[in-house]
Design a protein around this ligand. Structure first.
Ligand SMILES: Cc1cc2nc3c(=O)[nH]c(=O)nc-3n(C[C@H](O)[C@H](O)[C@H](O)COP(=O)(O)OP(=O)(O)OC[C@H]3O[C@@H](n4cnc5c(N)ncnc54)[C@H](O)[C@@H]3O)c2cc1C
Length: 397
């Protein structure tokens, strides 16, 4: 029987054929996007990676180009919720420059907050400009994420006023921001006397860095990530109106986006690991006869990276799942990506020897970048704490 006749007669087959066709269309457009991102990463980004790291150069032009290439919007529902594409794009950048991969993550999650807020004022043209990289936004969520995990307490406080809230406090370090940028942040709601009335009530909002009452202060020098435009953000009675609100209350919203937030970060770890493996192969012909005595050889690391990538990409098909087991898996792949980046970066430096120890060498830069992947919230210790909590059976009273 001709295939069309079979399809006409079977609604199930028609649905299957359509879904295969749309999958392959998506694969094609994802591959094209990744090709564009790779071209930027291997071209202008590779040329600027040292300047970004050593001179603290913030690569706005490259970030805009990455946005224009589709590297910032794949994961958004409006673009097909393609988390695999978003993670692969970040990996391509991270392979060359860990700072840029981190800023892509900052930008991606800021877009996620805007879209998932359901607030029309943060969506539409504003979200579109964000996804294209025409405007830039970061995330100040370390402190709330650690607060919800009972590691620290909320640094921002919000007082209800007519039409919204007035927010005060300081976030010690927020990246990928500047005067005309914005960031996602959370504040604990307090009463007129500044006291927390309900310790479960917070508000989440998009903060404009040039709003009255916002001050960006310089941070101390970091050992890496100097080009990420990282600032201490001080707020004094900053008015947040309904047009800036992402969530009120915050905890159900965070419960919904938490896995997506963490999963996207794996692109940084995969990228640093991948770049380290690239570096190892570069010296194989010359130094393979002695490097063969190292642990963590490139082919073994590549096999581990491929397995981890496959696990991540399976989880990335359902980024808004909320089950306990799913979340444990997401935390586990994020921790594994950090650990693999640490091991791969260290091994690449050992493979390169003195040439990798030069201040201009990519392997020593990646060692410092891998440390950042491991300490940025959720840090490895935070991930392990959360996994332990989720795996502890609740004993009925
Ligand atoms: C380069 C860089 C960029 C970052 N970008 C962002 C960002 O974009 N958004 C964001 O939300 N967070 C950002 N962070 C914060 C980061 O995610 C972590 O929250 C932070 O590194 C502290 O985590 P921790 O696990 O060390 O905290 P813990 O070990 O739990 O430390 C406890 C507390 O001590 C504070 N602390 C430790 N050392 C110092 C110090 N020398 N000076 C002042 N306070 C200190 C920490 O801030 C923390 O509150 C950035 C950090 C760095 C280093």
């Amino acid at each position: 029987m001709p295939i069309m006749t079979v399809l006409e007669e079977s609604p199930v087959l028609v649905a299957d054929a359509r879904s295969v066709a749309s999958e392959s269309l998506r694969d094609e457009s994802r591959d094209a996007m990744i090709d564009r991102v790779r071209e930027i990463a291997q071209g202008p980004l590779a040329r600027d990676a040292e300047r970004i790291d050593r001179q603290g150069h913030y690569p706005r032009d490259i970030l805009e180009a990455l946005g224009g290439a589709g590297g910032f919007g794949a994961h958004l529902d409006g673009n097909g919720t393609d988390f695999i594409g978003a993670i692969r794009a970040m990996t391509e950048a991270g392979r060359v420059c860990g700072s840029t991969a981190f800023m892509m993550w900052c930008h991606d999650v800021c877009g996620l907050y805007m879209e998932q807020s359901g607030n029309a004022a943060l969506m539409g043209a504003k979200l579109d400009a964000h996804a294209r990289g025409a405007t830039m936004g970061g995330t100040g969520m370390s402190n709330p994420m650690k607060t919800f995990a009972r590691i620290e307490s909320m640094l921002l406080k919000a007082r209800a006023v007519p039409g919204g809230y007035k927010v005060s406090g300081t976030l010690p370090w927020v990246s990928h921001i500047a005067k005309n940028h914005y960031l996602g942040a959370v504040a604990a709601v307090v009463d007129a006397g500044g006291k927390v009335v309900d310790d479960q009530h917070e508000v989440m909002f998009i903060l404009d860095c040039d709003a009255p009452g916002v001050e960006l202060r310089h941070c101390p020098t970091f050992s890496a990530m100097e080009g990420t435009s990282t600032w201490s953000v001080r707020l004094t009675d900053v008015f947040i109106g309904a047009d800036r609100l992402v969530a009120d209350p915050v905890r159900p919203f965070i419960g919904r986006i938490r896995a997506a937030f963490i999963l996207l970060q794996t692109g940084m770890g995969l990228g640093v690991a991948r770049g380290s493996i690239d570096s190892m192969w570069q010296v194989e012909e010359q130094l393979g006869h002695v490097n063969e005595f190292h642990d963590d050889r490139p082919f073994a690391l590549q096999a581990e990276l491929d397995d981890l990538t496959a696990r991540i990409e399976t989880l990335a098909l359902t980024p808004y799942a909320t089950g306990n087991d799913y979340l444990i898996d997401v935390l586990d792949v994020r921790a594994h990506a950090s650990e693999l980046a640490l091991r791969a970066a260290q091994s690449a430096l050992l493979h390169h020897g003195a040439r990798g120890y030069l201040m201009t060498a990519a392997p020593q830069r990646r060692v410092r970048e891998s440390h950042f992947v491991a300490i940025v919230t959720p840090a490895i210790k935070h991930l392990r704490k959360e996994m332990a909590r989720l795996m502890t059976p609740v004993v009925p009273a």
